[in-house]
Ligand binder design. Structure first.
Ligand SMILES: C[S@@+](CC[C@H](N)C(=O)[O-])C[C@H]1O[C@@H](n2cnc3c(N)ncnc32)[C@H](O)[C@@H]1O
Length: 331
């Protein structure tokens, strides 16, 4: 994964968010928790569990018996992610659970660390599909104990996240394009900084200011044509406005650059999400790769939002049952 994308995820997790789902739309925050609790509660006692591409550890938390899941004091939970993480909830863990949990930040699934005896369970929510599939499948099969379980929820190419994401991606492209809102705001900020330092502003600065005002009107029009993109457009408007006020009052234009970086990162994450989401044919390919590596896979299922039926993703489940490796004749 490109360094920029790792930075984009690290920045996201630094905010302290517990999961990555945009729940501003039609998805309840806890939509999938009940399923996960059932899956985790059915693991054997003392299981060594890996939460793959864990983010700030939504599943790791459940695996430790929080949020209504059963607590197995013998379980060991390994939370693995390529990004830097900032899970705030660990500060409230009791000493026993803290001992049960191990973080592996900046660790790609493809380089999954080995644990003694192998992993008994791999879970992943919207994570495994981000890894390079062949290397990630090989890492799992290397690291699995006999009869290990696999439970993944994977992005679906037609899910609500991909459909909402495509609209948001278009809005971000619009905001971030050359001579777009962020670019023009940066030129306004330069002028405001110059004025803060005592320079007189001329006709060129006035043209930039008018251009910025015109873009604000375009923003209004764009938002009314695409009401579902209003949240990201509104956030951008507020961020740019606050950064320009800050530049005018302090002579510091850096804040605007940092705001822009947050939107650049959001675009990168969305582009990734849309790229890794799997069609039916692609999920069949991933299943086949796992099967060829020793995983007995159940047919993939669909995950829907209870109540509304909104499509959330693919469900993959399997058990590690490689053919016996022993070829030594006996007797
Ligand atoms: C959509 S988030 C899901 C996070 C978490 N599972 C959740 O449900 O909140 C995807 C995560 O995959 C991580 N990721 C991407 N590629 C990875 C890889 N090759 N190995 C490990 N983690 C990866 C990102 O850093 C990010 O935290």
């Amino acid at each position: 994964m490109a360094a920029g994308t790792v930075a984009a995820w690290s920045a996201y997790w630094r905010s302290g968010a517990l999961h990555s789902l945009d729940t501003s739309g039609q998805v309840g925050e806890l939509a999938m928790l009940a399923d996960w609790i059932g899956w985790l509660d059915a693991l054997p006692d003392g299981a060594r569990v890996a939460d793959l591409a864990c983010g700030n550890g939504l599943l790791a938390r459940l695996a430790l018996g929080l949020e209504g899941a059963c607590h197995d004091p013998g379980r060991r939970v390994h939370a693995v992610d390529i990004a830097e993480l900032a899970p705030r909830w660990v500060h409230d863990l009791d000493a026993a659970r803290r001992e049960q949990l191990r973080w592996h930040e900046r660790t790609p699934i493809e380089d999954l660390p080995a644990v003694e005896g192998g992993f008994d369970a791999f879970c992943s929510q919207f994570g495994f599909e981000y890894a390079e599939p062949t290397a990630a499948v090989a890492a799992l099969s290397r690291g699995a104990a006999a009869d290990a379980r696999l439970g993944f929820i994977v992005h679906h190419a037609d899910s609500i996240f991909v459909r909402q994401g495509a609209g948001e991606r278009a809005a971000l492209h619009w905001l971030l394009e050359p001579a777009g809102l962020f670019d023009t705001a940066a030129r306004v900020a330069e002028n405001l900084v110059a004025r803060f330092r005592g320079a007189a502003l001329g006709a060129a600065a006035e043209r930039v200011r008018r251009e910025y005002n015109r873009l604000q009107q375009d923003l209004d029009r764009y938002g009314s044509e695409h009401p579902e993109r209003q949240p990201v457009l509104g956030e951008a408007r507020e961020a740019v406005h606050a950064a320009l006020v800050h530049a005018a009052q302090t002579g510091d234009a850096q804040w605007l650059s940092r705001q822009r970086e947050a939107f650049d990162f959001a675009l990168l994450r969305l582009e990734n999400l849309i790229r890794v989401a799997r069609t039916e044919q692609q999920i069949a390919g991933l299943q086949a790769e796992l099967a060829a590596s020793g995983w007995g896979m159940m047919p993939p299922g669909l995950v829907h939002q209870p109540g509304t039926g909104t499509l959330l993703g693919w469900r993959m489940q399997g058990r590690f049952r490689p053919p016996s490796r022993s070829t030594t004749p006996t007797g």
